[in-house]
Design a protein around this ligand. Structure first.
Ligand code: GLU
Length: 310
């Protein structure tokens, strides 16, 4: 790669770091540093119901302790409402959105990055309302003190992602994604909108993250097109899984950073173990982030979706 890449760490402060987050961050850091670029830290505390200050603080200490430094930030999504509001208004003004009066079940997940099996295609119910029906619903909602959520209408368009690790991924927006939320009924902006606005504003030109977010990438690229933002490059790394199709989570205690510290003691011990399990170093031995920067072989991640954690 010739151009210096700006990558990012984008943790949601909803829990303690575990092997999966550490692994994705390590690869992001390596990709940036190998290109002579830098790393931005962005705390994705968009949803106040799920974010905790204690995790925000702890995550930063953990990155430092692991030797995964960042060059800019931390930026906080909770402090960037004005930027999201301006972007949102542009989408409304350009006629790309419509109010949605459908049930909350769909809407609940909108501020969180969707994980596997959670992708639902909205059938377009509220898009097809006549103007009269729409006005009536608005009035009904207003009478009950409620607000509709806002969806972005997507065209019949196939978007292709050329991914550093996963190869080419295609998604037809209208049938595989559907009109998606940009604002919840409680006013919170959706993850998809925030992430696109932030990546552009922070100069992120290469996104490294877990492959569970690959299906979100076409949506984000479509939003980038609407705003006239350049597309970053993408590298979606395999997920560390506890068992087939079950990503690591808080209940997998052996993968949590506290337990990793107990088992492997040093940052080098932990990074060496994770790198070995992921197959990017051939033998298990302690390795610092700087050592992995020099020797990890990332080609072993290509076309891999899941890696069994052990
Ligand atoms: N904050 C998201 C998560 O922790 C990651 C979002 C992204 O990388 O785009 O799942």
């Amino acid at each position: 790669m010739t151009q210096p890449l700006t990558c990012r760490f984008a943790p949601s402060p909803t829990g303690r770091m575990h092997a999966g987050n550490i692994f994705a961050s390590l690869i992001s850091w390596i990709v940036a540093k190998r290109s002579g670029g830098d790393v931005v830290l962005r705390i994705e505390d968009l949803d106040p119901d799920h974010s905790k200050q204690e995790f925000t603080d702890q995550i930063q200490k953990d990155y430092e302790w692991l030797g995964l430094g960042w060059d800019r930030g931390p930026y906080y999504q909770s402090q960037r409402q004005q930027a999201y509001q301006a972007a949102f208004e542009e989408l409304v003004r350009t006629g790309n959105t419509y109010p949605c009066f459908c049930s909350r079940a769909d809407i609940k997940h909108a501020t969180q990055a969707p994980h596997p099996g959670e992708k639902r295609v909205y059938p377009g119910t509220c898009f097809r309302l006549t103007e009269q029906e729409r006005n009536q619903k608005v009035a009904e909602f207003r009478a009950r003190g409620r607000k509709p959520s806002i969806r972005l209408h997507v065209p019949q368009l196939t978007i292709q992602v050329h991914d550093m690790f996963q190869g080419t991924y295609s998604q037809r927006l209208d049938t595989e994604c559907g009109d998606f939320l940009v604002q919840r009924s409680d006013g919170a902006f959706a993850y998809q909108l925030a992430v696109v606005v932030d990546d552009a504003a922070m100069g992120v030109n290469f996104v490294v993250r877990g492959v569970d977010l690959l299906p979100s990438t076409p949506q984000q690229m479509y939003l980038q097109d609407l705003f006239g933002f350049p597309h970053p490059g993408y590298g979606h790394v395999p997920l560390l899984v506890a068992e087939k199709n079950r990503r690591l989570s808080k209940r997998d205690h052996d993968a949590g950073l506290d337990k990793l510290k107990e088992s492997y003691q040093t940052p080098e011990g932990i990074l060496g173990h994770i790198a070995y399990v992921a197959g990017i170093i051939p033998t298990e031995e302690p390795q610092s982030a700087d050592q992995l920067l020099r020797c990890a072989d990332l080609t072993h991640l290509e076309h891999t979706i899941q890696i069994l954690w052990h």
